[in-house]
Design a protein around this ligand. Sequence first.
Ligand code: ADP
Ligand code: MG
Length: 248
Amino acid sequence: MSMDKEFALAVEDLTVSFDGFKAVDGLNLYVEKDELRAVIGPNGAGKTTVLDLICGKTRATAGTIRFQGIELTRMPEHKIVQAGVGRKFQNPSIYENLSVLENLELSFPRGRGVFGALAFERTADVVERIHQVLEAIFLAGHADTQAGLLSHGQKQWLEIGMLLIQDPQLLMLDEPVAGMSVSEREKTAELLKRICQGRSVIVIEHDMEFVKRIAHRVTVLHQGKLLAEGDMDTVQNDPKVVEVYLGH
Ligand code: ADP
Ligand code: MG
Protein backbone atom coordinates (compact mmCIF):
# COMPACT_ATOMS: atom_id res chain seq x y z
CA MET A 1 0.00 0.00 0.00
CA SER A 2 1.34 3.45 -0.84
CA MET A 3 -0.82 6.16 0.66
CA ASP A 4 1.71 8.90 1.36
CA LYS A 5 -0.11 11.36 -0.88
CA GLU A 6 -3.31 11.22 1.12
CA PHE A 7 -1.96 10.67 4.60
CA ALA A 8 0.55 12.79 6.49
CA LEU A 9 1.47 9.83 8.69
CA ALA A 10 1.52 6.28 7.34
CA VAL A 11 2.43 3.52 9.79
CA GLU A 12 2.40 0.07 8.20
CA ASP A 13 2.82 -3.41 9.70
CA LEU A 14 4.52 -1.83 12.72
CA THR A 15 5.78 -4.40 15.20
CA VAL A 16 8.03 -4.24 18.23
CA SER A 17 9.03 -7.27 20.18
CA PHE A 18 10.50 -7.06 23.71
CA ASP A 19 12.11 -10.45 24.39
CA GLY A 20 9.52 -12.13 22.22
CA PHE A 21 6.56 -10.17 23.64
CA LYS A 22 4.93 -8.10 20.91
CA ALA A 23 3.90 -4.81 22.53
CA VAL A 24 2.86 -3.54 19.08
CA ASP A 25 1.86 -6.17 16.56
CA GLY A 26 1.34 -5.53 12.85
CA LEU A 27 -0.23 -2.11 13.33
CA ASN A 28 -1.43 0.03 10.42
CA LEU A 29 -2.24 3.64 11.26
CA TYR A 30 -2.91 6.49 8.83
CA VAL A 31 -3.40 10.07 10.00
CA GLU A 32 -4.24 13.03 7.80
CA LYS A 33 -3.16 16.65 8.01
CA ASP A 34 -5.62 18.78 10.07
CA GLU A 35 -6.70 15.59 11.80
CA LEU A 36 -6.91 15.02 15.53
CA ARG A 37 -6.70 11.29 16.17
CA ALA A 38 -7.41 9.85 19.58
CA VAL A 39 -5.83 6.53 20.54
CA ILE A 40 -7.62 4.63 23.29
CA GLY A 41 -7.44 1.16 24.78
CA PRO A 42 -6.84 -0.68 28.06
CA ASN A 43 -3.60 -0.30 30.04
CA GLY A 44 -0.82 -2.23 28.38
CA ALA A 45 -2.49 -2.08 24.94
CA GLY A 46 0.67 -0.58 23.43
CA LYS A 47 -0.48 3.05 23.08
CA THR A 48 2.59 4.70 24.59
CA THR A 49 4.87 2.28 22.73
CA VAL A 50 3.37 3.42 19.41
CA LEU A 51 4.36 7.00 20.23
CA ASP A 52 7.82 5.78 21.36
CA LEU A 53 8.23 4.08 17.96
CA ILE A 54 7.09 7.11 15.95
CA CYS A 55 9.42 9.50 17.80
CA GLY A 56 12.38 7.08 17.60
CA LYS A 57 12.71 6.41 21.33
CA THR A 58 12.05 2.72 20.62
CA ARG A 59 13.16 0.90 17.46
CA ALA A 60 10.69 -1.11 15.41
CA THR A 61 11.31 -4.83 14.98
CA ALA A 62 9.39 -4.72 11.69
CA GLY A 63 7.27 -2.36 9.64
CA THR A 64 7.57 1.22 8.43
CA ILE A 65 6.76 4.70 9.70
CA ARG A 66 6.54 7.42 7.07
CA PHE A 67 5.70 11.05 7.72
CA GLN A 68 5.15 13.52 4.86
CA GLY A 69 6.77 11.00 2.55
CA ILE A 70 9.92 10.68 4.70
CA GLU A 71 10.77 7.33 6.22
CA LEU A 72 11.34 7.80 9.97
CA THR A 73 11.68 4.14 10.88
CA ARG A 74 15.44 4.09 11.43
CA MET A 75 16.15 7.80 11.90
CA PRO A 76 17.81 9.03 15.11
CA GLU A 77 15.48 10.86 17.49
CA HIS A 78 16.84 14.36 16.82
CA LYS A 79 16.37 13.91 13.06
CA ILE A 80 12.77 12.87 13.68
CA VAL A 81 12.29 16.11 15.64
CA GLN A 82 13.81 18.00 12.69
CA ALA A 83 11.38 16.19 10.37
CA GLY A 84 8.58 17.94 12.30
CA VAL A 85 7.57 15.45 14.97
CA GLY A 86 6.95 16.72 18.52
CA ARG A 87 6.02 14.49 21.43
CA LYS A 88 4.77 15.22 24.91
CA PHE A 89 5.30 12.58 27.59
CA GLN A 90 2.90 11.82 30.43
CA ASN A 91 4.83 13.83 33.03
CA PRO A 92 5.66 17.41 32.07
CA SER A 93 9.38 18.01 31.57
CA ILE A 94 9.69 21.72 32.19
CA TYR A 95 12.41 23.72 33.94
CA GLU A 96 10.77 24.36 37.30
CA ASN A 97 13.27 27.05 38.37
CA LEU A 98 12.83 29.15 35.24
CA SER A 99 9.95 31.44 34.33
CA VAL A 100 7.26 30.46 31.86
CA LEU A 101 8.79 32.85 29.33
CA GLU A 102 12.29 31.43 29.82
CA ASN A 103 10.98 27.89 29.31
CA LEU A 104 9.46 28.93 25.99
CA GLU A 105 12.61 30.80 24.93
CA LEU A 106 14.73 27.73 25.66
CA SER A 107 12.47 25.65 23.40
CA PHE A 108 12.81 28.02 20.47
CA PRO A 109 14.53 26.28 17.54
CA ARG A 110 17.99 27.78 17.27
CA GLY A 111 20.60 27.98 14.57
CA ARG A 112 24.37 27.92 14.99
CA GLY A 113 25.89 31.33 15.71
CA VAL A 114 29.24 32.63 14.45
CA PHE A 115 31.24 30.64 16.99
CA GLY A 116 29.27 27.46 16.36
CA ALA A 117 27.48 27.79 19.68
CA LEU A 118 23.73 27.40 19.79
CA ALA A 119 22.45 30.90 19.22
CA PHE A 120 19.26 32.46 20.48
CA GLU A 121 18.32 35.98 19.46
CA ARG A 122 15.34 37.81 20.91
CA THR A 123 14.23 39.29 17.57
CA ALA A 124 10.80 40.87 17.01
CA ASP A 125 9.69 37.67 15.26
CA VAL A 126 10.76 35.52 18.19
CA VAL A 127 9.03 37.79 20.72
CA GLU A 128 5.84 37.78 18.63
CA ARG A 129 5.85 34.00 18.25
CA ILE A 130 6.38 33.46 21.98
CA HIS A 131 3.58 35.91 22.74
CA GLN A 132 1.21 33.99 20.43
CA VAL A 133 2.05 30.72 22.15
CA LEU A 134 1.59 32.28 25.61
CA GLU A 135 -1.91 33.38 24.56
CA ALA A 136 -2.73 30.00 23.04
CA ILE A 137 -1.77 28.08 26.20
CA PHE A 138 -3.70 30.44 28.53
CA LEU A 139 -0.52 31.69 30.23
CA ALA A 140 -0.26 35.23 28.84
CA GLY A 141 -0.70 36.57 32.37
CA HIS A 142 1.99 34.26 33.75
CA ALA A 143 4.99 34.99 31.52
CA ASP A 144 7.19 35.86 34.51
CA THR A 145 5.81 33.23 36.88
CA GLN A 146 8.29 30.60 37.97
CA ALA A 147 7.21 27.40 36.19
CA GLY A 148 7.43 25.36 39.40
CA LEU A 149 4.66 27.50 40.91
CA LEU A 150 2.13 26.72 38.15
CA SER A 151 -0.77 24.34 38.74
CA HIS A 152 -0.42 20.82 37.37
CA GLY A 153 -2.70 21.73 34.44
CA GLN A 154 -0.76 24.91 33.68
CA LYS A 155 2.48 22.88 33.62
CA GLN A 156 0.91 20.58 31.05
CA TRP A 157 -0.06 23.61 28.96
CA LEU A 158 3.44 25.03 29.25
CA GLU A 159 4.91 21.82 27.93
CA ILE A 160 2.45 21.87 25.02
CA GLY A 161 3.61 25.46 24.44
CA MET A 162 7.26 24.35 24.43
CA LEU A 163 6.36 21.95 21.63
CA LEU A 164 4.26 24.54 19.74
CA ILE A 165 7.23 26.94 19.71
CA GLN A 166 8.95 24.39 17.47
CA ASP A 167 5.91 24.32 15.14
CA PRO A 168 5.78 20.52 14.72
CA GLN A 169 3.77 19.11 11.82
CA LEU A 170 2.91 16.05 13.90
CA LEU A 171 2.20 16.59 17.58
CA MET A 172 1.75 13.58 19.87
CA LEU A 173 0.39 13.89 23.41
CA ASP A 174 0.25 11.10 25.98
CA GLU A 175 -2.65 11.52 28.43
CA PRO A 176 -2.53 15.35 28.40
CA VAL A 177 -5.52 15.89 30.73
CA ALA A 178 -4.64 13.34 33.41
CA GLY A 179 -4.87 15.12 36.77
CA MET A 180 -6.52 18.22 35.31
CA SER A 181 -9.60 19.93 36.75
CA VAL A 182 -12.84 20.00 34.77
CA SER A 183 -12.31 23.58 33.61
CA GLU A 184 -8.69 22.85 32.68
CA ARG A 185 -9.91 19.89 30.61
CA GLU A 186 -12.40 22.09 28.79
CA LYS A 187 -9.71 24.64 27.98
CA THR A 188 -7.33 21.91 26.85
CA ALA A 189 -10.00 20.57 24.48
CA GLU A 190 -10.31 24.04 22.93
CA LEU A 191 -6.52 24.30 22.70
CA LEU A 192 -6.15 20.95 20.93
CA LYS A 193 -8.99 21.68 18.51
CA ARG A 194 -7.20 24.87 17.51
CA ILE A 195 -3.70 23.43 17.23
CA CYS A 196 -4.64 20.51 14.98
CA GLN A 197 -5.35 23.05 12.23
CA GLY A 198 -2.47 22.88 9.77
CA ARG A 199 -0.89 19.81 11.36
CA SER A 200 -1.64 16.30 12.55
CA VAL A 201 -2.24 15.56 16.23
CA ILE A 202 -2.34 12.19 18.00
CA VAL A 203 -3.70 12.13 21.54
CA ILE A 204 -3.70 9.12 23.88
CA GLU A 205 -6.44 9.57 26.45
CA HIS A 206 -8.65 7.61 28.84
CA ASP A 207 -11.22 10.37 29.48
CA MET A 208 -13.99 9.43 27.02
CA GLU A 209 -15.87 12.73 27.46
CA PHE A 210 -12.67 14.50 26.46
CA VAL A 211 -12.07 12.15 23.52
CA LYS A 212 -15.63 12.68 22.32
CA ARG A 213 -15.11 16.41 22.39
CA ILE A 214 -11.84 16.54 20.46
CA ALA A 215 -11.36 13.50 18.21
CA HIS A 216 -12.08 13.41 14.49
CA ARG A 217 -11.36 9.68 14.49
CA VAL A 218 -10.61 7.17 17.22
CA THR A 219 -8.20 4.24 17.04
CA VAL A 220 -8.68 1.47 19.61
CA LEU A 221 -5.67 -0.68 20.48
CA HIS A 222 -5.79 -4.01 22.28
CA GLN A 223 -2.80 -6.28 22.90
CA GLY A 224 -0.69 -4.32 20.43
CA LYS A 225 -3.21 -4.69 17.63
CA LEU A 226 -5.82 -2.48 16.02
CA LEU A 227 -9.16 -3.47 17.55
CA ALA A 228 -11.40 -0.83 15.97
CA GLU A 229 -11.22 2.51 14.22
CA GLY A 230 -13.72 5.16 13.19
CA ASP A 231 -15.67 8.09 14.52
CA MET A 232 -16.51 8.16 18.22
CA ASP A 233 -20.08 6.85 17.76
CA THR A 234 -18.96 3.88 15.67
CA VAL A 235 -16.18 2.94 18.07
CA GLN A 236 -18.33 3.42 21.20
CA ASN A 237 -20.99 1.10 19.84
CA ASP A 238 -18.58 -1.58 18.65
CA PRO A 239 -19.23 -4.68 20.80
CA LYS A 240 -15.51 -5.62 20.72
CA VAL A 241 -14.58 -2.21 22.14
CA VAL A 242 -17.27 -2.37 24.81
CA GLU A 243 -16.05 -5.81 25.82
CA VAL A 244 -12.33 -5.08 26.19
CA TYR A 245 -12.40 -1.44 27.23
CA LEU A 246 -15.49 0.72 27.57
CA GLY A 247 -17.52 -1.85 29.50
CA HIS A 248 -15.11 -1.75 32.44
P1 ADP B 1 -0.22 1.57 27.20
O1 ADP B 1 0.42 2.90 26.98
O2 ADP B 1 -1.28 1.24 26.19
O3 ADP B 1 -0.76 1.41 28.59
P2 ADP B 1 2.45 0.53 26.81
O4 ADP B 1 2.73 0.89 25.40
O5 ADP B 1 3.08 1.38 27.85
O6 ADP B 1 0.88 0.42 27.02
O7 ADP B 1 2.92 -0.95 27.08
C1 ADP B 1 2.49 -2.04 26.26
C2 ADP B 1 3.12 -3.30 26.78
O8 ADP B 1 4.51 -3.33 26.44
C3 ADP B 1 3.06 -3.46 28.29
O9 ADP B 1 2.82 -4.82 28.58
C4 ADP B 1 4.44 -3.02 28.75
O10 ADP B 1 4.79 -3.64 29.95
C5 ADP B 1 5.30 -3.48 27.58
N1 ADP B 1 6.51 -2.66 27.40
C6 ADP B 1 6.52 -1.35 27.05
N2 ADP B 1 7.79 -0.90 26.90
C7 ADP B 1 8.60 -1.97 27.18
C8 ADP B 1 10.02 -2.17 27.21
N3 ADP B 1 10.86 -1.17 26.93
N4 ADP B 1 10.47 -3.40 27.54
C9 ADP B 1 9.62 -4.41 27.80
N5 ADP B 1 8.28 -4.29 27.79
C10 ADP B 1 7.76 -3.09 27.48
MG1 MG C 1 0.64 4.58 28.22
